[in-house]
Design a protein. Structure first.
Lengths: 676, 162
């Protein structure tokens, strides 16, 4: 989780030769001092550029470097030279002591600025051919997630497991590095406007909070993520349930058997009443399949045991049955035609409900548009601004055409009303569907019964005209038919047992996942999160005291548990402080984050870079206090880079007795390099 | 016995107090909402040839974009394959009001005769609407059929005197 910058090389090729600069950075406090403000900012910006992070300073696709690197270089004699080729090379080190060298071109005929070339070692401090060379792309879609994206690789190098954030309902994006680095790097022009002042959010809700949560490694994010994962798991189980059930229902089609006790949607627990298969018998009597099977088995047994009667033996009974069956066929056919009509009615009803729901969905979509149009400020879509009639300057009517009374609903009321209607119609639709399905099964059962009766009639007639000693066709037929039916129903029953065996674990697993979801702590922040924030708070307060914060008593300052920014009695500090106190807040917040990482496990890289932290607004006393506090990093092996134009003598005086590294350069950042 | 158990006493109690009747607001289709329809008018003009439209063109296009069925019918007509049972173009008085609002709001300007065009403010609004996440279905339809010329509209629904 750690990052150190180790060495930086700037190179610009011109017609007057090669210009450049090479800097080394040890651990501890490093002061990059130059009178020429552009020179030291060039160093700071080069580091950012080499890491492909310039959009955290400026969202536009511009190189954040001065003309000396991009276009025209002015030498010490004030002569201008055209820059034909230039690049920056940065060597960095991670927590395991591994080095990585990154080269990015600024001006070059062929080398694209979206390309960063890397070497798997300290190519500046210890050049070697043994390092692996790789090219990555940056500031292009996918740079944060693709294998070839530089930021994807950099995050891996830093051992950062970047969280995925929901941009909207459908899109998840990683927490981009450009959103994290503003907590370690402050740019001189706009960076001091506030904490995370220049951070791009790319339309991600609460991006600033997410970045702080990540840097402090607060559990709140992990829990939100866990919650989402569990919800997704339940959704997956629901899908499994639906599919398994739908497959089984498909098998039942046309069998006259209905599954009872299992909804199309997964229940929250296994149904209290054990699901059963129901079969329709006769007109409208439903019995469980098991009950149906039993008498069939008995009948089968008795048929097998008895000797097959001859035609003569069977004839008396058969005549009776034949008459009965002929009557029955009429009744059954009439019932079937009535059922068919019922099903058609259901189909009609379903079609009209579907049509209605479609129209309502369309209206709802338009209402959403209407609300968006209303909510869009005048800086976006400016149509009928201020809800005023442009002709008469009275409030706009709620509708273009509507009777005076009763008045039309407001947009919000109306969209709620539509949602309510859609819910009702969907409910009706699912009821109707269920009814239709059951009626269809009844019809199927009825049809197979009609078929059966017809066969029985034919068999009876055949038996009655056959020689009296021959075996009864009707009795043989009944036996075969019975066997057939027992096999079919037995198979369905078997697959029903299989269905229950499949569904039970799905429902039980969903119950377990749901329980885990409920077990997740309701509070956003757990004890460890609280401990980190509680350690962070006094570090801010004590620094503000040291730096001479004047706007109000610093003891009233606390860290918000919502956005983790300093607040005073619940109010953001941004609005209630002077400009110089605002800078003091940024100092103490960012240094405070670095300090907290010494005692707690966080994702802070232990690196801080301030470009011109003094600014005009802060007095020397506060600046001295900041330098002294920052000099503490020496003891913890962290790294703080300050670029400053403070006179050398003042710095020596401020930091008397403290350890620090001073890098001073006179004149320009780039100086002529000896020809090699 | 409390009044709760005695319906007539309860009723008397209720009636003793002053009470008032209030009209309940009624639902209205979203297409009659002024902002929605005025935004649509901007898109309608934007879909016409040279971003100018006659009153007649606006009504036909307004009818065309109202439903999927109408959209499909209009598209069939545009490619010269109309069906006999395709819907009949209907005029919508709400559109006239929205056109008036758009004119007063400075989104539209009167050009010659009954031809309306987008003002510079209207053009900005059109651009903003194109980029905002609103009226997506309508915009997709217009993208498929635009630019719609007066000739096309006239051949679908001849104006009087033609």
């Amino acid at each position: 989780m750690s990052l150190r910058v180790r060495q930086l090389r700037l190179v610009a090729e011109t017609s007057a030769g090669t210009f450049g600069r090479e800097l080394e950075f040890p651990d501890g406090l490093i002061l990059i001092r130059a009178d020429n403000t552009r020179g030291k900012s060039t160093v700071m910006q080069s580091i950012i550029y080499a890491l492909g992070l310039e959009s955290m300073v400026d969202p536009r696709h511009v190189v954040p470097l001065p003309p000396a690197m991009t276009d025209t270089l002015r030498d010490s004699k004030d002569e201008e030279h055209h820059v034909s080729e230039s690049y920056v090379v940065l060597e960095i080190e991670n927590g395991e002591g591994k080095r990585l060298t990154c080269q990015r071109w600024v001006a070059h005929e062929r080398m694209d600025r979206h390309l960063i070339r890397t070497w798997s070692g300290g190519a500046l401090s210890g050049p070697s051919n043994a390092y692996e060379q790789d090219d990555y792309f940056v500031r292009r879609p996918g740079a944060a997630v693709s294998e070839r994206g530089f930021h994807h690789m950099l995050a891996e190098f830093l051992k950062w497991d970047l969280p995925m954030l929901a941009r909207d309902e459908d899109t998840e994006v990683p927490l981009y590095l450009e959103m994290i680095f503003p907590l370690f790097f402050v740019e001189q022009k706009r960076g001091w406007g506030g904490i995370q002042a220049t951070m791009p959010t790319y339309g991600i809700p609460n991006a600033k909070q997410r970045a702080i949560e990540f840097v402090l490694d607060l559990g709140v994010y992990r829990r939100a993520r866990e919650r989402r994962d569990l919800a997704a798991e339940i959704e997956r189980l629901r899908g499994d349930y639906r599919q398994t059930l739908a497959e089984f229902r498909g098998r039942l089609e046309g069998t006259g058997i209905v599954l009872q006790g299992l909804d199309k949607e997964m229940p929250t627990s296994w149904p209290a009443v054990e699901p059963t298969l129901m079969s329709v018998v006769e007109e409208n009597r439903w019995i469980a399949l098991s009950e149906l099977l039993q008498p069939l088995h008995e009948r089968h047994r008795s048929l097998v045991e008895e000797e097959v009667p001859t035609a003569e033996e069977a004839s008396r009974e058969l005549e009776e049955t034949l008459r009965e069956n002929e009557r029955l066929i009429g009744t059954l056919t009439a019932a079937a035609s009535e059922l068919r009509q019922n099903i058609e009615l259901d189909e009609d009803q379903l079609a009209s409900l579907e049509h209605r729901i479609e129209a309502l969905e369309e209206d709802r979509r338009r209402y959403r548009d209407a609300i968006t149009l209303k909510d869009l400020g005048s800086d976006e879509v400016s149509i009928l601004e201020g809800d005023e009639c442009p002709a008469c300057h009275r409030p706009l009517p709620l509708a273009l055409i509507a009777p005076e009374s009763p008045p039309p609903m407001s947009l919000e009321q109306n969209i709620d009303f539509i949602a309510e209607q859609i819910r009702t119609f969907k409910l009706m639709s699912s009821d109707t569907e269920q009814h239709r399905d059951i009626e269809s099964q009844r019809l199927a059962a009825l049809r197979s019964r009609i078929e059966e009766v017809r066969h029985a009639i034919r068999a009876a007639r055949a038996t009655l005209v056959s020689p009296s000693k021959s075996p009864s066709v009707a009795a043989v037929r009944e036996l075969l038919r019975l066997e057939d039916r027992i096999t079919t129903l037995g198979e369905i029953n078997q697959s029903f047992v299989g269905l229950l065996e499949k569904l039970r674990p799905i429902i039980e697993e969903a119950t377990r996942v749901r329980a885990r979801l409920l077990e997740l702590p309701k509070e956003r922040l757990d004890a460890e999160d609280e401990a980190k924030l509680a350690a962070f708070e006094p570090r801010i307060v004590s620094q503000l005291k040291d730096y001479g914060f004047r706007s109000f008593s610093v003891d009233t300052i606390a860290i918000s548990r919502d956005n983790y920014l300093p607040t005073r009695e619940g109010f953001d500090l941004g609005f209630v402080t002077s400009a110089s106190d605002a800078i003091r807040i940024v100092w103490s917040y960012l240094l405070g984050l670095l300090e907290v990482s010494r005692d707690y496990a966080t994702n802070h890289p232990g690196l801080l870079m301030f470009d011109e932290p003094r600014q005009q607004a802060a007095d020397p006393v506060s600046f001295q206090a900041l330098l002294c506090r920052a000099a503490d990093v020496n003891r913890f092996g962290q790294q703080v880079l300050f670029a400053t134009s403070e006179p050398e003598e003042s710095l020596h005086e401020f930091l008397a007795g403290k350890d620090y590294t001073e890098i001073t350069f006179e004149g320009f950042a780039l100086e002529p390099l000896p020809k090699t | 016995m409390t009044s709760r158990d005695n319906p007539s006493e309860l009723l008397a109690q209720v009636l003793e107090r002053p009470f008032q009747f209030r009209e309940r607001p009624v639902p209205t289709p979203a297409e009659y909402r002024p902002k929605w329809r005025t935004a649509l008018v901007v898109l309608l003009v934007g879909a016409c040839y040279s971003r100018r439209a006659s009153w007649h063109q606006l009504h036909v296009l307004n009818w065309a974009c109202r439903s999927h069925a109408n959209q499909a019918a209009f598209e069939r007509f545009k490619v010269g394959e109309p069906r006999l049972d395709d819907a009949v173009v209907r005029y919508d008085p709400a559109l006239d009001r929205a056109i008036d609002l758009a004119l007063f709001d400075g989104l539209l300007e009167r050009r010659s005769g009954d031809v309306l065009g987008l003002s510079s403010r209207g053009l900005t609004a059109l651009n903003e609407l194109q980029h905002a996440n609103v009226l997506v279905g309508e915009k997709e339809f217009f993208a498929r059929v635009s630019p719609v010329s007066q000739t096309l509209v006239d051949s679908l629904v001849p104006r009087r005197g033609q």
